[in-house]
Design a binder for this molecule. Structure first.
Ligand code: TXA
Ligand code: MG
Length: 357
């Protein structure tokens, strides 16, 4: 049985938090909002509890979990050595959407780290997450609270849709603010390396770090596009996603033409666009989703996952999505859409559209 408890996102009620914290201490599972997405939490120091997360999500054991701490002082609980750089980043970005990969302390169960000698940690800023970790009195391991391979949840209803009957309590604190997951930054590589772009931008990290690398599988402006079929399907709705990259005008034109072709072929089509793009498609019998203004990557990020889910609910067979560049949160948005598309990316040249599909 899954119990959904409404909680005030800014001032979480202590009695509700205490109830959820007791469930964590008992080795069971609680889904809770963070500033990025909802997490599926268990006591990070209890290997059996952590195994419960993998079962509930149907997540393969090779994919390690992020450990959530109440504050940076708890770093030494989970990391064997805390480099000065980690302290500096923590001072700037915590609490917030930055995950640091460090060397694991011995008592962190190998279930958390997928057998590896590193551990990923972050201090979330969401008041519900913070008070839950503090009340539980233990670090909380939490992946995104979706079934493995599916779109991360930004609302309690999304968690319920994926995990009903598999989680003891869902704390419903409304819609999450950032909407894409934390940036995962490795500090065990020779140069700090972004393993997953997310809520803290590459630019913001560069200001503190000077140089920061971005791991290869991430797609950056002008560089290799992940080839079709080679990407693990991830962040994926049921519908096939195709991502269109390039300048706005030719991209919208290529998307319009492609939509007509797909409709003719009998597909039902959903379009993921900026608000200001919608009018260009109002003549078509499609499901339109405007994510917010392309001038605000934070608006787009906040609505991205809910829009993917809602297009699935609308029953479309195909989702054509527009790329939003790589500046700021744009990089994380591109990463998630590229993975959702499983590498099906169309790069549109200035005057001619080329379709790899
Ligand atoms: O915003 C977030 O990070 C959310 C909220 C709930 O905190 N959590 C989240 O967890 O997105 P999850 O499990 O869905 O994604 C964690 C990512 C995965 O890509 C995983 O491979 C990577 O972090 N990761 C975890 N531990 C790692 C480690 N020791 N080394 C390298 N990557 C690691
Ligand atoms: Mg996830």
């Amino acid at each position: 049985m899954t119990l959904v408890l409404k909680v005030d996102p800014q001032h979480p009620q202590p009695e509700i938090i205490a109830r959820a914290a007791a469930v964590i201490r008992a080795g069971r599972l609680v889904a809770f909002p963070t500033e990025t997405v909802y997490g599926l939490g268990a006591n990070a120091l209890d290997a059996d509890a952590v195994a419960g997360i993998f079962r509930a999500k149907e997540r393969p054991a090779y994919d390690p979990l992020i450990v959530h701490l109440a504050n940076a002082d708890q770093l030494s609980l989970v990391a064997v050595h805390v480099p000065a750089l980690a302290r500096r980043l923590a001072a700037v970005f915590w609490p917030g959407p930055l995950t640091l990969v460090l060397a694991r302390a011995d008592h962190v169960p190998l279930a958390v780290t997928a057998g590896g000698e590193t551990v990923a940690v972050r201090v979330p800023s969401h008041p519900v997450a913070r008070s839950l970790i503090a009340a539980a009195g233990v670090p909380i391991a939490a992946p995104s609270a979706n079934r493995f391979g599916r779109v991360s949840p930004t609302r309690a209803e999304h968690v319920l849709a994926d995990l009903e009957g598999r989680v003891d309590i869902i704390l419903d604190g409304g819609t999450t603010m950032i909407g894409v997951e934390s940036t995962v930054l490795s500090l065990v590589t020779p140069v700090p390396t972004i393993l997953r772009p997310g809520g803290v931008s590459r630019e913001a990290l560069s200001q503190v770090l000077g140089t920061v690398e971005v791991a290869e599988q991430t797609v950056i402006e002008g560089e290799t596009v992940v080839s079709p079929g080679t990407t693990e399907k991830h962040y994926a709705p049921r519908a096939q996603v195709i991502l269109y990259r390039g300048e706005r005008t030719p991209v919208l034109q290529a998307m319009h033409e492609a939509t007509l072709r797909y409709l003719e072929a009998g597909e039902t089509v959903g379009l993921l666009l900026a608000e200001e793009d919608l009018t260009a498609f109002s003549d078509l019998p499609v499901a339109l989703r405007g994510l917010g203004s392309a001038k605000s990557m934070s608006q787009i990020a906040r609505q991205l996952f809910a829009a993917l889910r809602s297009l699935d609910e609308a029953g479309v067979s195909l989702i054509l999505a527009r790329d939003f560049g790589s500046a700021g949160l744009g990089l994380a948005i591109r990463d998630r859409l590229t993975r959702a598309a499983a590498g099906r990316v169309v790069t549109v040249a200035k005057d001619v559209g080329t379709d790899c599909a």
